[in-house]
Write a protein that binds this ligand. Structure first.
Ligand code: NAD
Length: 284
């Protein structure tokens, strides 16, 4: 969405683009725990799962954002309830509290590890305290949450979905912590599949650029730095390597999580949903 001032705005989710899945397991007794649920892809995934009738426990460090997610679900009349459960996922006590809370709402069956962050710096100068925080948020928390939910998922026949990226397939310079975390998430995904004994499934989702605040906030600065227009940043910088010449929207990613959790993805176990518009598999 391009506003009149030429800036790119993250879209507001409407019910229209939500994938509705016919799955008897998608009902209010079953609980999905979603991290990063205050914004962007985590918010959209929470809303799509609520639209499909699941009870959603939405966690994030941003409490206000979580309220916004719940309110949007109510405004859209989605059948599944969204329960905000604020937490800092770098804190093990918080993680344990969130899983306990989620299990209190019903059969904990799905975990979507989505929270993330970015830091741009060459490896020579990468601040190790930032590296440690990114590791904790993007890799350690998903591992520990998976460990904590596993007994519940073994009972409910559940599934873990991990938000990776094209950066879990190939990398760009100056993003070492992000690259390492995203490759690691694919390892976690495959480990869960290996140990899930066919009862607990897992998958990862890998996309290119998605219209979320994380991305759209950088567009005006990048345009100014490079002396090009906002449109050129989107088309040449962000979608330059992509054959599909429009950015993905958060709802498109939320839909992938819903599909991955559903009965239709029964044979998706340890695999990656690579929805990158051709970015990593083609070149000009
Ligand atoms: P976003 O900034 O909109 O959302 C990230 C959320 O993570 C925020 O709400 C933030 O508060 C939360 N978070 C960060 N640190 C936390 C902590 N310590 N405890 C709890 N919550 C914390 O970003 P987004 O674009 O929606 O990204 C979501 C995920 O998707 C990330 O893992 C990102 O790497 C991945 N991803 C994004 C894109 C994209 O283009 N936007 C592409 C591929 C992958």
């Amino acid at each position: 969405m391009t506003a009149t001032d030429g800036s790119v705005e993250p879209p507001t989710l409407t019910g229209d683009d939500v994938l509705r899945i016919d799955d008897a397991d998608f009902d209010a007794d079953r609980v999905a725990l979603v991290t990063g649920a205050a914004s962007g892809i985590g918010r959209a995934t929470s809303l799509v799962l609520a639209a499909n009738g699941l009870t959603v426990v939405a966690t994030d460090v941003d409490e206000e954002g979580l309220v916004g997610t719940r309110e949007r679900g109510t405004e859209l009349g989605f059948p599944g309830e969204i329960h905000p459960e604020p937490a800092d996922i770098t804190d093990d006590d918080h993680l344990e509290g969130v899983v306990e809370a989620a299990a209190g709402y019903g059969d904990l069956a799905y975990l979507a590890n989505i929270a993330g962050m970015q830091h741009i710096s060459p490896l020579d100068e990468f601040p190790m305290d930032v590296y440690d925080t990114m590791h904790e948020v993007m890799l350690r928390a998903p591992v520990y949450l998976s460990k904590l939910v596993l007994p519940h998922l073994r009972e409910s026949g559940g599934c873990v979905g991990n938000m990776a990226s094209v950066h879990g397939h190939y990398v760009t310079a100056d993003k070492v912590a992000y690259n390492v975390a995203k490759f690691g998430l694919r390892g976690l995904t495959q480990s869960i599949a290996a140990e899930g004994a066919g009862t607990v499934r897992s998958f990862s989702v890998s996309t290119g650029y998605v219209k979320t605040p994380l991305v759209t906030d950088q567009i005006p600065d990048t345009a100014e730095q490079r002396g090009i227009s906002v449109q050129e940043v989107v088309e040449d910088v962000m979608l330059g390597q992509s054959r599909t010449k429009e950015m993905m929207e958060p709802v498109d990613v939320g839909n992938l999580f819903a599909f991955g959790f559903s009965k239709h993805a029964h044979h998706l176990n340890g695999g990656d949903l690579l929805f990158d518009g051709g970015m990593t598999l083609t070149y000009e």
